[in-house]
Design a protein around this ligand. Structure first.
Ligand code: NAP
Length: 255
């Protein structure tokens, strides 16, 4: 058996398990399986690996994307620059960490902006935000990160006024605000400043149209949800597990 899986604290319904189980069935890979491994603590990882020697790939989710770093044998340069790992390749007991949210976010962003380089606002400064910021830097976009705390972002929410929103045609929600089941919530962006020049991206994929995207679309903005990112990051993980992506991806230009 060739085994893959997801580690995290509370897994519940997992997109990844469904995605890979359907993929294995579609491709006739009857000797492949993808399991969920709920770990109360990362100390449980070593016993899991010892008990599951046929495990060759893992996805990593909340709250371990950063905490896993010291436990890895190698770190892909992109994951090192982002400071978070969501994919691990295991070979002969050695773990290499990667970040496929970077490739996933590019798949979401590039069709929306094409050759334009709009000023951006990134809402939230957590794990996914770090991958988003990496991509914006790589593409040379100017951006500011909005956070609840001074120090982790460039500005706090109370400073997000209509003038700033009007000056930033690209707004990316990386917070979980509006995610199922709290679908009536939305980030406190002054929506009066949103218009047809705007592109709103929401990393959330459940619901497919958050209230943030609905209200943006009603004001003429172009919108995209996190589904393209979700699929692209999963396919990138698949390529890494199968050695299809070269280990050393280029680091972003320093600026
Ligand atoms: P995370 O590490 O917990 O980061 C979320 C950040 O959002 C927090 O660090 C915080 O930033 C901000 N935030 C959280 N609650 C908030 C609130 N009530 N008000 C204002 N800001 C709040 O989570 P993550 O892994 O980055 O995931 C974030 C979202 O992206 C989730 O909805 C997740 O499903 C989605 N996601 C989607 C994909 C995809 O493939 N589509 C991939 C990864 C993540 P501050 O501390 O700076 O305020």
């Amino acid at each position: 058996m060739v085994r893959y899986g997801l580690i995290g604290e509370h897994l519940g319904h997992s997109f990844s398990q469904r995605y890979f189980t359907e993929k294995f069935a579609r491709e006739g890979s009857t000797d492949h399986r993808y399991d969920l491994f709920e770990l109360k603590d990362l100390d449980e990882l070593a016993p899991l690996l010892a008990d599951t020697p046929d495990l060759v790939g893992l996805n990593v989710t909340i709250p371990y994307k950063q905490a896993i770093l010291p436990m890895l044998n190698e770190l892909d340069p992109v994951a090192a620059a982002v400071g978070a790992v969501n994919t691990i390749r295991i070979r002969n007991g050695a773990m290499t960490g990667h970040n496929t949210d970077v490739e996933g976010f590019k798949a979401m962003l590039l069709p929306m902006i094409a050759d334009a380089r709009p000023r951006a606002l990134v809402l939230g400064s957590g794990g996914a935000s770090r991958a988003v910021v990496y991509v914006l830097r790589e593409l040379g976009l100017k951006f500011r990160v909005v956070s609840r705390s001074r120090g982790t972002g460039d500005l706090t929410w109370d400073l997000l006024d209509p003038a700033l929103v009007g000056a930033c045609p690209l707004i990316i929600n990386t917070t979980p605000i509006g995610m199922h089941p709290k679908v009536d919530d939305m980030p406190e962006v002054p929506m009066s400043a949103i218009g047809p020049r705007h592109i709103l991206l929401d990393l959330i994929y459940n619901p497919e149209r958050t209230r943030f995207l609905q209200e943006g679309a009603a004001r003429g903005a172009r919108i995209s949800n996190g589904l393209a990112m979700l699929h692209a990051q999963a396919e990138a993980a698949w390529r890494i597990w199968n050695g299809i992506t070269p280990f050393h991806t280029p680091a972003p230009p320093s600026r």
